[in-house]
Write a protein that binds this ligand. Structure first.
Ligand SMILES: *[C@@H]1O[C@H](CO)[C@@H](O)[C@H](O)[C@H]1NC(C)=O
Ligand SMILES: *[C@@H]1O[C@H](CO)[C@@H](O)[C@H](O)[C@H]1NC(C)=O
Length: 403
């Protein structure tokens, strides 16, 4: 609580507090990245696997001393119908938030054994040349098992995790019940620092934390409750289940030397009418900037003619990106359905493979502008200002992109 109060006190936090805090965060981050690099799953999957195995064995030996953190059995829409859960990206933000807390508390995170699949996200996202009706039916499942998406051993290398349908979890529950108040606490609105430092919590076998009923990542929105340990966005994408990584590796090998674009249209380009009947959108240039003729112009300076361009998109109009063939050799995940179909059971798995393929591209161009170190198709920021603006469809209305 002390840390919590210090940061909050007075109106303007003084630089004498911020600077040391920043230094500590920077050092922690540095160490974390150093450890990530040394166990980079992309560059040395074989080496990593043996490390993971041996570490897990050590961990199992120490189960008697291990302490656990439980956030509930659903990442998103806790206590609600799964219809309302968010897409994979949102749920990953939430999961990352819980993982960061587990790292901070030096506890094993008990992860939900299933992830909810949003039916909206499940209808979109796959770019197939034909038989869309059929493929929609195959995507009908509402949730999928967590370990069909992520490699638990690989995650445990950085943050120890177990699933809430595992034997170990049932043992923990039994033991914590036997221990009673010394074994488990059900907490709500207790700061991370308190959970770590207050002996009422720090010695417990199990902390059962009731996370925000909206969604888990709300717990990380409160800057004062943020742990100094931060996982990068790329952490969970690179923790994909082994069969997904294998499939991505196969496709990457077939693509050879390639660049990639991620074109987010679908739900992101939707407009709504204001009270004067005028269309408004949160990303005014998105629809324009993700059309093939604008993409061609935008990426000209980054992707030379003749390159293989891998396209991941939720645009479903057949042939939508064909105009790009004037300059590039196009490839989609649908080109590799003979490799994907035996492994991929839902859209989240497909997107995880596509992400790995995009991460392996020589040049990867995102949809939204995230910061100046990345290429993007549009200058519209990913984090929008919540302002509904009029969509811009031509060059003339806006000087940002000139032909
Ligand atoms: C965790 O706490 C919540 C709220 O108190 C409770 O409903 C739930 O049963 C608890 N779960 C476990 C595994 O202790
Ligand atoms: C992918 O499929 C499209 C459409 O059938 C074809 O034009 C393209 O050459 C294929 N790309 C690769 C890399 O095979």
């Amino acid at each position: 609580m002390a840390f919590h109060r210090t940061l909050k006190s007075k109106s303007g936090p003084s630089s004498s507090i911020i600077f040391p805090a920043f230094c500590i965060a920077a050092i922690v981050l540095l160490f974390f990245f150093a450890s990530l690099i040394s166990t980079n799953p992309v560059s040395s999957p074989e080496g990593l696997e043996s490390v993971t195995k041996s570490e897990n064995n050590d961990q199992n030996d120490q189960n008697g001393h291990e302490k656990f953190l439980y956030w509930g059995n659903r990442i998103d829409c806790p206590g609600r119908h799964c219809e309302s859960c968010e897409g994979l990206g949102h749920q990953e933000s939430s999961l990352r938030c819980a993982l960061e807390e587990a790292m901070f508390l030096k506890r094993t995170l008990v992860m939900p054994s299933r992830m909810c699949i949003n039916p909206i996200h499940n209808k979109k996202g796959i770019l197939r040349r034909s038989n869309t009706a059929n493929s929609e039916e195959t995507w009908a499942a509402k949730s999928c098992s967590m370990d069909s998406l992520y490699d638990m051993d690989l995650i445990s290398d950085t943050v120890p995790v177990i699933l809430d349908n595992s034997k170990l979890w049932y043992q923990v529950l039994t033991t914590s019940m036997k221990l009673g108040a010394r074994g488990v606490a059900h907490v709500e609105r207790v700061s991370r620092v308190d959970l770590k430092e207050n002996s009422r919590f720090s010695n417990l076998l199990l902390i059962n934390r009731t996370a925000s009923p909206l969604s888990w990542f709300m717990e990380c929105k409160d800057r004062n409750n943020r742990s100094p340990i931060l996982l990068p966005y790329s952490f969970l994408p690179s923790m994909a289940a082994k069969n997904l990584r294998n499939v991505a590796d196969k496709i990457k090998a077939l693509l050879g030397d390639y660049d990639a674009i991620h074109v987010r249209r679908g739900d992101k380009i939707k407009t709504r009418k204001d009270r004067f009947g005028v269309d408004r959108t949160l990303h005014p240039h998105l629809d324009r900037d993700t059309r093939p003729e604008f993409i061609l112009h935008r990426i000209e300076k980054w992707v030379p003619p003749g390159r293989t361009l891998f396209i991941a998109s939720n645009e479903r109009t057949p042939g939508f990106f064909s105009p790009l063939t004037v300059r590039y050799k196009l490839a989609y995940s649908s080109n590799f359905s003979h490799i994907l179909d035996p492994v991929i059971g839902n859209n989240y798995q497909l997107f995880m493979v596509e992400r790995l393929i995009m991460m392996g591209a020589k040049k990867f161009i995102r949809t939204f502008k995230e910061d100046d170190t990345y290429f993007s198709l549009t200058d519209d920021p990913k984090k929008n200002s919540k302002l509904w603006k009029m969509p811009v469809s031509t060059m003339d209305e806006d000087g940002k992109q000139t032909l």
